[in-house]
Design a protein around this ligand. Structure first.
Ligand code: PLP
Length: 420
């Protein structure tokens, strides 16, 4: 395929990491614990740092760069659309937003979509939907789960089941409580006369890849039906074909013979492949709850963001990347399990679904240290919890690239075993 822009030349070796770190220290709010890497450019599933060192990217911007880096078709969609129309506001119609909404509706069930810019913002939409739903009979509470993650806004941290994100920001937004994950009895006991909705991640990502059982998801639907609650899923990290189906609950339930209809689902990350866009889908029955004037976002669903997201859908479909995510994910998972069985004193357990894999080490190994160690070995991964590293690569990761990543991770495990 012909590229629209000339490809960048070879990376310039500058050794300027220190200067750039100082620029951050002086000018950027220190809310992130960053690794000591300055990344400059990417090509496919590789990124290069400012010193020209090349890394296999198994992080993909934390499950964002669904087609890898500098994909020529994304570049083309961006440049062509930006020549036509970048932004118009939601005071008007634009066809691309309508087409993107249809893509999502067609892959879930009859319903409607709202576009925003991030995962946290998509979840805010779900919270407002639940409040509107319960409003007239005084219900406002949303039950979520321990170890969940739902974003960093005030309501997002109230919904999140991890104390560390809430600390220092009290008082918490009212109306959220957490119960243990994959525990239907705990959920049943937590429902009160104030409850309006249940929100879960079908695959918990930030806390280290924990997958809901099919019985849990089916049971949640039944509980919601019995108590007239909305069933909400957060698919911000697990969604967009990462697990081999459009959304992870569809993958989890694929062999159960049930057509689970949920009430709303949030999305972001891979939807824009690196261009910021978030969305939430609402079942047709509840789609008018957020009527004109009740919810809005200046940048939500711009022609530019929608052109990119539509192109990503097209490439995923044409290149069968859902199937690739399933196959390459299975390969990584089974190979990692084999390594775990050889080194059970180093690796505790491997969890995964498609291209969403958690490698849990024993607690004496700290996730951030392991990720740094892998940087030295030219591979990017994502830390989670105390001792888990996550693999969340692009959906087009090849078998050979997966093999390369496996050998680098295996070497780390072998070296750790040698030191023990
Ligand atoms: N929900 C889940 C499941 C996530 O993993 C994340 C981010 O990691 C969010 C919500 C928040 O998304 P964002 O960082 O785009 O606001």
């Amino acid at each position: 395929m012909k590229e629209v822009l000339p490809a960048p030349g070879p990376a310039i070796v500058r050794n300027e990491t220190k200067r750039i770190r100082e620029l951050f220290e002086q000018n950027i709010i220190p809310s992130y614990a960053r690794f000591d890497l300055v990344l400059e450019r990417g090509e496919g599933n590789y990124v290069l740092d400012i010193d020209g060192k090349r890394y296999l990217d198994l992080a993909a911007g934390i499950a964002v760069c669904s087609l890898g880096h500098a994909h020529p078709e994304i570049t083309k969609a961006l440049t062509e659309q930006s020549r036509k129309l970048t932004h118009v506001s939601n005071l008007y119609y634009n066809e691309l937003q309508g087409q993107l909404g249809k893509r999502i509706v067609d892959l879930i069930a009859p319903g409607r979509v709202f576009f925003c810019n991030s995962g946290a913002e998509a979840n805010e939409g779900l919270f407002k939907l639940a409040r509107k739903f319960g409003h007239d009979d005084g219900r406002y509470e949303i039950i979520t789960t321990v170890d969940s993650f739902h974003g960093r806004t005030l309501a997002g941290i109230a919904a999140t089941g991890q104390e560390k994100v809430k600390k220092g920001f009290e008082p918490a937004v009212a109306g959220f409580k957490q119960v243990s994950f994959n525990d239907l009895d705990a959920m049943r006991r937590a429902i009160s006369s104030r409850t309006a909705a249940i929100l879960v991640e079908p695959v918990q990502g930030e806390s280290g890849i924990t997958i809901a059982t099919p019985q849990y998801l089916i049971g949640l639907r039944k509980l919601c039906d019995q108590h007239n609650l909305l069933l909400l899923f957060d698919e911000v990290q697990a969604g967009h074909f990462r697990t081999g189906k459009f959304q992870s609950w569809q993958r989890i339930l694929e062999n159960e013979g049930v057509d689970l209809v949920l009430d709303a689902v949030s999305m972001a990350k891979s939807l824009g492949g690196g261009f910021p866009i978030g969305a939430f889908w609402v079942r047709e029955k509840f789609a008018n709850l957020l009527s004109a004037g009740t919810h809005a976002s200046t940048f939500g669903g711009t022609p530019l963001a929608c052109a990119v997201a539509l192109k990503i859908f097209e490439v995923i479909e044409r290149e069968h990347l859902a199937e690739n995510a399933r196959q390459v994910g299975n390969f990584l998972f089974t190979q990692l399990q084999e390594i775990q069985q050889r080194f059970p004193e180093i690796l505790k357990v491997i969890r995964g679904l498609g291209l969403m894999i958690g490698i849990e080490f024993h607690p004496q190994f700290k996730a951030a240290d392991l990720v740094k160690e892998l940087h030295k070995r030219n591979v990017l991964t994502v830390p989670a919890g105390n001792s888990v590293i996550r693999l969340l690569p692009a959906l087009n990761l090849s078998h050979a690239e997966a093999e390369e990543g496996l050998r680098l991770i295996e070497k780390l495990v072998v070296d750790l075993a040698g030191k023990e």
